[in-house]
Design a protein around this ligand. Sequence first.
Ligand SMILES: [Zn+2]
Ligand SMILES: [Zn+2]
Length: 371
Amino acid sequence: MSTQKRDFYEVLGVARTASGEEIRASFKRLAMEFHPDRNPGNHAAEERFKEVAEAYDILSNPEKRTRYDQFGHGGAGGFDPFAGFTGAASINDIFGEIFGEVFGAHRSGQRRSRGSDLRYNLELDLEEAAFGTTSRIEIQRPKRCETCRGSGAKPGTQPRTCSTCGGTGEIRIQQGFFAMSRTCGQCRGEGKVITDRCPTCGGAGGLAEKSTVEVRVPPGVDSGTRLKLRGEGEPAPSPSGEPGDLYVVVQVRDHPIFQRQDTEVVCEMPLSISQAALGTSVDVPTLDGAHKLKIPAGTQPGKTFRLKGKGIAPLGGGSRGDQHVRIQVEIPTHLTKEQRDLLEKFASLAGEESQPAANRFWSKVSEILGK
Ligand SMILES: [Zn+2]
Ligand SMILES: [Zn+2]
């Protein structure tokens, strides 16, 4: 295999100064052209395909490419540029890469270059949920260790490329035509293992730290609303990756007098029998403060008054809903002697026209019982 090897740049048909992108584009074109599935039984195409894959394996890796440029095929000083190149496995890797791209699946290394997402449960009062607020929340978030710059290795030492997965962080399994992969157990998907741990972070590469994050809560949020704070999650495990996101999940506390139904606010308001009978004017509590409401004489229990625009705006904007004030009439349970005398006097004076519903009911009862 190592005799009469063609120059890798020649194999891929690119200049020695070709960029990574040019190498990649050329490889993709050639790999598709000589793919065994497109050339069944064509031994020459198969050999060409292997040659192309091998050349790409070296030239797509900046480290391997530099060594190849310096030392050529045989390497020098006992260095074997093909260490780790195990033919089929490497070709599978390349397959995975091409098809991952074609089918939109993640490519090797992409998954672990992003930091984890974080979740925070934020409790709010109904007023804060209705009108929006700015909350300062404290989260435990790892911060990159400055001693080792996030590598986890003791300064002056380097993490070693994982020998189990060859640094990809994944173990590929060929299943028919498709390459499947699972996370490497040795390096837990990092692709590198640390031999000398950083004394500051113990090899974790980060230190848990309390961070204060400002959360702008828009008007109209409700229990279960998820606010996404882009990039406020855990930092990326590698300097080139991007941080995760922070999800703030809203929980609205129960209000002592208001119940919420989406954009509507409902409240039950008790009146005394005299207030309901005689009529009155009351200060109704609303989310905006007290609101004068005229209660007409003869207001019945269960009657609902609507206060337009005193509800909650929908999340994302729009006009506010209404507040619904439902009347309860409280029957006195303890009467003084004087109150009792007056009520008895009232009862003796109560005429048919003051109790129309009771009259209708009892006349129906008389009809049914045939009296
Ligand atoms: Zn460290
Ligand atoms: Zn590994």
